[in-house]
Design a protein around this ligand. Structure first.
Ligand code: PXG
Length: 441
């Protein structure tokens, strides 16, 4: 590409993920730089980031402290293995991280993405039961409309039909809870719906069907985000926890999105006061600067593996890049920024303003529901007759033209700005969406 030119000559080779490739390549939307709350497009426009990239740039873009940490680490040691070797920065990051987790959740396994975190959680759950002499516990229970990434494990326990239907039979022995959304009972709820805790009782029915002795664990997103932001009904997560306890099932919270301050607490487990056995994370872990995921385990799970001769590997699992030095250095600098600026609790301070702003769109054109929690929002649109997803996609294109990045899933607009967002920027997001909705078919 000639110097100074921002748009590549050829967009063909890159098979883009989760993208309408042909539409995109006819009318590309290219981002070329970023700072704080803003991207800059290749035609020189400032775009307000209403989605923190893909729910991941929690401290805003190109934070100088994080950039400097990555540069310094790249110059000092680019890579070192963590199989039978180690390097200080990964250990330091692990120790800092577990301080943020509930008491007892004091071990962390590093991965490179949310999908790998989910795979790791599922594999460890199976191996844990086996290590305790309960190797017949092989089934998992996920939930309809759940998103747990795109590995075979994640799509098996996930419940988004388009992400599953063309990929064969996936993991055997997986069952699904019903999702928790019912517009008749929940439309325009602010925060957690009153209706729906009873849906957790379905877990009892599913466990009875398979017999508890065959079930390894249950995996849910505390707030189901990708599917269009389904906030758990009051009391629902508590019930899941109680049922898992009753039957010896591991409860896995997939906090790839809700981790690192999205709800105004470090993790959703803190927000809801329900402590799982395993937490998966990624995204905000390094402010999305260097890809990394992390899975947190209760002490008893780690301890169950620490048996047998000491020279023998306890868990045959890991990635070339588990605990990668650049990612760990980025993660440490990210934690510093979060802590210095109070970002892990800032969403709590803004949640009230955010809620009022989101629900101010109730009378906007096409809107049939609005949902919110912490700094997450969803605006559900009446689908265009016979053309599902088209109205939301048109709204996304209009907002991008007008300088605001939103995200759509089905006919729902999903919002999750960086946690540094200012009130005036929240207003700009809302005003731009309102204007776009007035224009789209
Ligand atoms: N679990 C959850 C709860 C997620 O939200 C993953 C696992 C997988 O993470 P990786 O890093 O493998 O992508 C996710 C990812 C969207 C969107 O628009 C959401 C995700 C990724 C991309 C887009 O909702 N979530």
């Amino acid at each position: 590409m000639p110097e100074g030119q921002q748009r590549p000559n050829n967009l063909d080779a890159f098979w883009m993920p989760f993208t309408a490739n042909r539409q995109f390549k006819q009318a590309p939307r290219l981002l070329v730089s970023a700072s704080g709350m803003y991207y800059r497009s290749d035609d020189g426009r400032e775009i307000l980031d209403g989605t923190a990239g893909l729910w991941c740039v929690n401290a805003g873009h190109c934070r100088p402290e994080i950039v400097a940490a990555i540069q310094a680490q790249a110059a000092q040691m680019d890579y070192a293995p963590t199989f039978q070797m180690g390097h200080p920065v990964a250990f330091e990051f692990a120790s800092r991280l577990v301080q943020l987790l509930p008491d007892g959740m004091d071990h962390v396994f590093f991965t490179n993405s949310g999908s790998e975190s989910v795979d790791t959680a599922l594999k460890v759950a199976l191996a844990y039961h086996r290590a305790r002499g309960e190797g017949q516990r092989t089934r998992f229970i996920g939930r309809e409309r759940g998103y747990h990434g795109v590995g075979f494990g994640g799509i098996s326990v996930g419940g988004i039909v388009t992400n599953r239907k063309v990929f064969g039979t996936m993991l055997p022995g997986v069952d699904h809870l019903p999702h928790t959304y019912d517009r008749t009972h929940q439309a325009f709820t602010r925060g957690q719906p009153d209706w729906g805790a009873h849906l957790a009782d379905e877990l009892e029915r599913i466990v009875a069907l398979h017999d508890a002795s065959t079930v390894a664990g249950v995996i849910v997103e505390p707030v189901a985000c990708s599917t269009g932001v389904l906030v758990p009904p009051k009391g629902y997560l508590e019930k899941l926890r109680a049922i898992c306890d009753r039957h010896g099932l591991l409860l896995i919270f997939d906090e790839v999105i809700t981790g690192f301050g999205r709800l105004g607490t470090p993790f959703a487990t803190d927000y809801f006061g329900v402590v799982p056995d395993i937490i998966t994370s990624a995204k905000g872990l390094t402010n999305a600067t260097v890809p990394m995921g992390a899975v947190f385990f209760q002490k008893a799970i780690y301890d169950a593996f620490m048996n047998g001769p000491e020279h023998v590997i306890e868990l045959f699992h890991g990635y070339t890049y588990s605990g990668h030095p650049l990612a760990a250095a980025a993660g440490l600098a990210t934690l510093d920024v979060y802590q210095q600026e109070g970002l892990l609790t800032r969403a709590g301070d803004l949640a009230g303003y955010w809620e009022v702003a989101m629900h101010s769109l109730r009378d906007a054109r096409h809107v049939i529901d609005i949902r919110n929690l912490g700094l997450i929002g969803a605006i559900e649109l009446e689908p265009l007759s016979g053309q599902p997803t088209k109205r939301a996609f048109s709204t996304f294109l209009k907002c991008f033209e007008q300088g605001v990045l939103i995200r759509t899933t089905g006919d729902t607009i999903a919002l999750s700005p960086p946690l540094i967002v200012e009130k005036a920027q929240i207003d700009q997001i809302v005003d731009t969406i309102r204007a776009a909705l007035a224009q789209v078919e």
